[in-house]
Design a protein around this ligand. Sequence first.
Ligand code: PEP
Ligand code: MN
Length: 264
Amino acid sequence: MVSRDFHPMATVVKVGSAALGDGGPPVVMAGPCSIESEEQMMAAAHLVKAAGAQVLRGGAFKPRTGPHSFQGLGVEGLKILHAAGREVELPVVTEVMRIEQLEVACRYADMLQIGARNMQNFDLLKEVGRLRCPILLKRGMSATIEEFLAAAEYIVAEGNDQVVLCERGIRTFETATRNTLDLSVVPLVKALSHLPIIVDPSHATGRRPLVPIMARAALAAGAHGLMIEVHPSPDKALCDGAQSLDGQGFALLMKELRFLQDCF
Ligand code: PEP
Ligand code: MN
């Protein structure tokens, strides 16, 4: 059901007033890795909005590698994210890790994210497939394109075709970057599937100086949008500061992206 053979017309996924898919301008989702406080999230929301992003991101339930790292503010974080989205009039996206989190996440968010670590959490995929809410499905760090699309199939097969795919880098032998950005997945997925695909250069590289360059490369490869981590003070971030842009860096990137769009 995610195949172009089954559905030749490209699917357009709406998140608030943003539309992801063929024909429209690229959609940028941006915000901090984690919601840390009301002050931090509001500041992030204002600078993301001012720079021109169309969707605000923020993690409340965090899938951290180690149990002693900040695990997110949970429901309190969702409420802060929701209020920040309202304040700047942007739809919000947040990650869910378990079925029990879906009800409350749907109440406060406009789009739900399934992270790389849960790409093959089949029960979770089936359950979000029964929702009427757009889903951002990130590629598992060791998933082939076939497995990535099969995961999306689990969601669409349950009746929810509002799925956006997200390339966020895959695990390779290379350690100079956090992951290896596989940009070839963009044209391949566009040929194989009718679902939109975006790129997350923040998790793909793990390194702030590389983020704008790979963001531009992603749009040049035909991505329908980007997910970018932005923090008002990246050095103080509780999670993923090294790959987060500050307000100035993000505003500059958005300017470059607009220029690039005019060139296509
Ligand atoms: C995130 O978006 O903050 C995240 C944890 O991403 P990924 O699942 O791609 O690692
Ligand atoms: Mn992150």
